[in-house]
Design a binder for this molecule. Sequence first.
Ligand code: SF4
Ligand code: SF4
Length: 250
Amino acid sequence: MLDTLKNRIKQGYRTTEYPKKTIALPARYRGLPKISQHSDSKIINICADACPQDAINIEKKKVDMGRCVFCGTCEKLSDGQFIKFTQNFEYSVANKEHLLTSGTLPDLAKHSKQHFKKLFGRSLQLRQVSAAGCNACEADLNVLATPFFDLARFGINFVASPRHADGLVVTGPISKNMKTALIQTYEAMPEPKVVIAVGSCAITGGPFRGYPEVSDGLDSIIPVDLYIPGCPPHPLTNLHALLTFFKKNV
Ligand code: SF4
Ligand code: SF4
């Protein structure tokens, strides 16, 4: 017992002070991309041709973050002249069309549904469904329960049954085999309910986009309220999205 107490004192308080204080991520982290509107069309074409996700819109000079897997190929090829990834991890959106971006996103707080804040601001219970995800999106959601992120301090928890849940968090490209289970989970949740798509797979099919075995995105099956892009989204991206969209004062 004494050893446990000593260890506890030695460890101190390990939970992040985010969102009260900003947090710096490692230099190699790729967050919200900044896209130059003045780049040479030759460079843009080279990047678009090399993009494995067909995520670069040449005409609009924008990136579809719903498709992007943040591989960094475009940044490398353009030497940061066309696309440069920033350290900004706060890049979730409420409307899917906002994911096609030149690097400026609308303020998520202003697009949050106010009645959700009223309903779920103090307590939000989430059911997670991995619909054929690779387990990276799932792992970065799981980590929110660890002492560092301590999601429960905000009244947000993951629960075992859709009957106990206010919201559905979906990861993965929604394979044919998982579609029925996903719909049944959604239907088992009581109203009012919210739906959150986490990761490029759930938003657009991600690396599996276009294959007949997967869907074209969660919103083609059930209505989606919040999109958290990334492959996988950083836990802080998930945390920021949940707090900004559902909490009143953070
Ligand atoms: S970082 Fe995104 S936009 Fe750039 S090449 Fe990779 S998938 Fe395409
Ligand atoms: S978005 Fe990326 S990390 Fe998430 S399930 Fe799909 S492939 Fe895995």
